[in-house]
Design a protein around this ligand. Structure first.
Ligand code: SDX
Length: 436
């Protein structure tokens, strides 16, 4: 029997099938030949939430959840966070290699010169309530850019794709800052091309009446590292949305709006905001044991803990904890850190969490740090979406250029009624319908 095959015997028919194993998987379509007769549709896999289904081949990000390993294009996240800038890592994710000095210079120039937003965006932003959640503003404005750049629909034109990629990476900090300024009622601040990516974001967020904004370098570097850590994470919920929507050849602005919408969910990128609410609710270290007891009783989840892939400490959480200490040296220590550290200490010793391999994830410490930097909790997921734009676009580009990919259209297991006789309105009583 050839190696790298699976032999399946269908006990309904006694038939045996040999199915090739490729890269640790079997092709689901190879199961369709397993039938009980010519009229049988054939076997499918049933995998709610895709717990054990590979949707694509990808060379962008590698995660080993048991070992707590995360690599972008083969480089460990720890090295990239220490040695690179975010735009350098964005280039790596998109083009597969770290840029040379000239390549990086051109890349930074191109992104910098795409930070301006069409003036119509201001009118669009004014349509939101001043106290609207900035993620709603971010998602809507990203989608609205589809109306500004109709050429983006030519998704199979490589140079057009690159232009949209540069526009989106350049503009997402401007959109994020605009939503914050709208929230606080401050005038919008235009980009300053003299500043780097993180500094310019800070400028558009926090510049007031001074002639030129000067960013605190420690805060700017910490922000840049946070952007690197959040840039991509293989087939997470938001990326799955990006790939699914763009598989219909939808333009990258509308596709990315769907990805950002998924990210907004409290189980996904919205968890960082929920962690702050949780820490506020706990209030003090001495109340942590009682809170954890309620988590164990199933009343609610410990936000910022657990992960579908990591069954070990999320490597990003370790780096964020280090980064937070650098920020606190500038901003002063966030008192909520003590509650978070106590939560982590107790949870990591408690069998409920140990048995389920629940560790702090990327969202557990990021919010505490963002708050110390001066961000409001509502902005935390927007801060996640900015760098994840590079990952979403790298995954989009990989999908569009993958000859194996086509429009995503899963199957289902039908559990509804069989064919029924129609009941005219005058005869519809609950009994008649139930009898249907
Ligand atoms: C992100 O996928 C990615 O890569 C995402 C992300 C990225 O970079 O894109 O890493 C970013 O989304 C990080 C995750 C942020 N979310 C949270 O912190 C929310 C809290 N975490 C949980 O909701 C949960 O851990 C998930 C959603 C992250 C993962 O859920 P799974 O994989 O579906 O796991 P599960 O719900 O099946 O949990 C298995 C068990 C269950 O208990 P039992 O039914 O076995 O008794 O563990 C329990 C769960 O109840 N559990 C938790 C828990 N997470 C899981 N119990 C308490 N607190 C938690 N946080």
């Amino acid at each position: 029997m050839p190696q790298n095959t699976l032999t399946i015997t269908d006990n309904r028919t006694g038939q045996t099938y040999t199915i090739p194993i490729e890269d640790g998987t079997i092709r689901a379509m190879n199961l369709r030949q397993i039938k009980t007769g010519p009229e049988d549709f054939g076997l499918m896999t049933y995998d709610p939430a895709f717990m054990n289904t590979a949707s694509c081949r990808s060379s962008i990000t590698y995660i080993d959840g048991d070992q707590g390993i995360l690599r972008y294009r083969g480089y460990p996240i720890e090295v990239l966070a220490e040695r690179c800038t975010f735009l350098e890592v964005a280039y790596l994710l998109l083009f597969g290699e770290l840029p040379t000095e000239p390549q990086l210079k051109n890349w930074v120039h191109d992104i910098t010169h795409h930070t301006m937003l069409h003036e119509s965006t201001k009118k669009f932003m004014e349509g939101f309530r001043y106290d609207g959640h900035p993620m709603g503003m971010f998602v809507s404005t990203v989608a609205a850019l589809s109306t500004v750049y109709p050429d983006a629909r030519h998704v199979h034109d490589a140079s057009n794709r690159l232009l949209q990629i540069q526009r989106l990476i350049g503009k997402v900090p401007s959109i994020a800052a605009m939503s914050y300024r709208h929230n606080v009622g401050f005038p919008y601040v235009y980009p300053d091309n003299d500043l780097n990516y993180a500094e310019n974001f800070m400028n558009m967020l926090w510049k007031m009446v001074e002639p030129k904004y000067v960013a605190n370098p420690a805060i700017a570097r910490a922000l840049d590292i946070l952007f690197i850590l959040h840039a991509d994470h293989e087939q997470n919920c938001g990326t799955n949305a990006m790939r699914s929507v763009s598989s219909a050849q939808t333009d990258p602005y509308l596709s990315m709006a769907s990805a950002a919408s998924a990210l907004a969910g409290p189980l996904h990128g919205g968890a960082n905001e929920e962690v702050l609410k949780m820490l506020d609710e706990i209030g003090s270290k001495d109340k942590v044991p009682a809170y954890i007891q309620k988590v164990k009783e199933g009343h609610f989840k410990l936000m910022g803990f657990g992960h579908r892939i990591y069954k070990n400490y999320d490597p990003r959480a370790k780096i964020i904890r280090w980064c937070a200490e650098q920020v606190f040296e500038v901003t002063g220590r966030n008192p909520k850190l003590e509650i978070a550290l106590e939560l982590e200490r107790i949870a990591l010793e408690d069998d409920y969490f140990v048995k389920r391999k629940l560790y702090p994830n990327v969202d557990f410490y990021s919010g505490i740090m963002y708050q110390a930097m001066g961000f409001r909790p509502e902005m935390f997921t927007v801060l996640f979406a900015i760098p994840r734009t590079a990952g979403w676009l790298a995954q989009w580009q990989e999908l569009i250029t993958d000859p194996e990919q086509k429009i995503a259209r899963p199957r289902q297991v039908y559990t509804g009624h069989g064919a029924r006789e129609f009941v005219p309105l005058e005869k519809r009583t609950s009994a008649a319908l139930a009898a249907g």
